[in-house]
Design a protein around this ligand. Structure first.
Ligand code: SF4
Length: 420
């Protein structure tokens, strides 16, 4: 197959304060750097040809084209995958909380005839979403309760969660904030007036040193809005770090343009928490997006939700975390799935999460082992859990088990013993 070479580079303006080289300098002799060409993956090209025959290859690499051509109806989805009766009823029927939305990029990764494919299960609804199981709630983490002003959650003393938007380019069926994202009834507002009130709260709360911008997905917003928000928060002296929570690099990697990266890096220290679910998400386009971000000095950490039949086994998680490290994303959190309404078919036991951590720790690099946490229902916050490495203690020793299940003892220093 003939490979088509295209570019998705955009002209990047100099950041304010940057110094232009004087004309007539030796640098004039150096030819301007040509943007690196990007090759459309054969998979993406074949998908484009089949499902968007009138679109050009360069449109595929445009994130706005990806958004405006996202799959939002049963009819469009049915042309891409063979929908089961159950999927068809869930996609066409009333009663689901989250709308359907899948970018063409992500849709190109879905298995046409395998309804159990992990990626497919994570974005195509089934009727089980409409069932409420034991312990489930619309807002199990009590975020609304810990919201001093609209659009802001202040649970921990020194940091806040800033809910910037209710929009995502692709809706994950297990979304913790399904009560507010893709909100067809517009129950939650995300206007700049609401933002200003949230920013005002941060300004007058000097204990806040860390702002996590999330939503919805903040990187689906236009560049100007992202820059407005970052610049407002960066002006607050007591805010030390800004974090952005996003799934965009995994579902809409085309959004990570040089122009966006150039904006983000003006607001360092800025960190990105990137949501990944499965190793099959790590395509060359995704690798390029992560590389761009990492090259801009943005520390990247991953967040993964433990999902039954999707990623709840050691080989899948090992592959995911190894692939993430290769694109410079540090596995950061593995979450026990939150008990939102309709999540029963996604949730597995806490013991399964511990089993996965046990299967990773010691068997691979420590950098590839995320922290396993339960976000405590009722607003208790993230609670880390570890397999039972701690075996007990006596007067002189603590007893600990290693990854091979062998017990060792460590001579514990006694408080009363003075150094010789
Ligand atoms: S990207 Fe995040 S906020 Fe959006 S649907 Fe997925 S989990 Fe929810």
């Amino acid at each position: 197959m003939k490979k088509i070479v295209i570019t998705n580079e955009e002209e990047v303006p100099l950041p304010s304060g940057a110094v232009s080289l004087p004309t007539g300098s030796i640098f004039d002799l150096i030819p301007p750097k040509q943007p690196a060409p990007v090759q459309l993956e054969p998979r993406a090209l074949a998908f484009l040809r089949e499902h968007f025959p009138t679109a050009e290859e360069k449109e595929w690499t445009n994130w706005k084209w990806q958004l405006s051509n996202s799959i939002t109806t049963a009819e469009k989805l049915g042309r891409i995958v063979d929908l089961t009766d159950e999927e068809l009823r869930a996609v066409s029927g009333e009663g689901g909380v989250l709308p359907l939305r899948i970018t063409p990029h992500y849709a190109s990764l879905l298995a046409k005839s395998d309804p159990d494919q992990p990626l497919r299960r994570s974005v195509i609804p089934v009727t089980a979403e409409h069932q409420r199981c034991f312990g489930e709630a619309e807002d199990p983490l009590h975020e609304e309760h810990d919201s001093p002003v609209s659009g802001l959650v202040h649970r921990y003393p020194d940091r806040v969660l800033f809910l910037a938007t209710g929009f995502c380019s692709t809706y994950c069926r297990y979304c913790t904030r399904s009560r507010m994202v893709g909100d067809a009834n517009r129950m939650h507002q995300f206007s700049t007036k609401i933002w200003d009130e949230a920013i005002g709260y941060i300004e007058r709360t000097p204990t806040i040193r860390d702002v996590l911008i999330s939503g919805g997905d903040p990187l689906t917003m236009p560049d100007a809005k992202i820059e407005y928000l970052l610049s407002r928060i960066r002006k607050i002296e007591h805010v030390e770090i800004i974090r952005i929570g996003t799934k965009v690099p995994a579902v809409l990697p085309q959004r990570i343009t040089p122009k966006l990266v150039n904006i983000l890096k003006r607001y360092h220290p800025l960190l990105l928490s990137v949501h990944f679910t499965h190793p099959d998400e790590l395509t060359p386009e995704v690798a390029q997006a992560c590389t761009r971000l990492a090259d801009a000095g943005i520390p990247l950490g991953s967040q993964t939700v433990l999902l039954k039949g999707i990623n709840d086994d050691v080989p899948t998680m090992t592959a995911l975390f190894h692939k993430l490290l290769k694109v410079r994303v540090r596995p950061y959190y593995l979450y026990q799935c939150d008990p939102i309404v309709g999540s029963g078919h996604f949730r597995t036991t806490v013991e399964k999460g511990l089993e996965i951590i046990r299967g990773l720790r010691g068997h691979t690099s420590g950098y590839a082992v995320p922290q396993f946490v339960v976000d405590a229902p009722g607003g208790g916050g993230k609670i880390p859990l570890l397999p039972d490495y701690w075996q007990g203690r006596d007067t002189d020793y603590v007893y600990v088990k290693n990854y091979e299940d062998k017990t060792y003892r460590y001579p514990n220093i006694q408080q009363a013993v003075a150094p010789s």
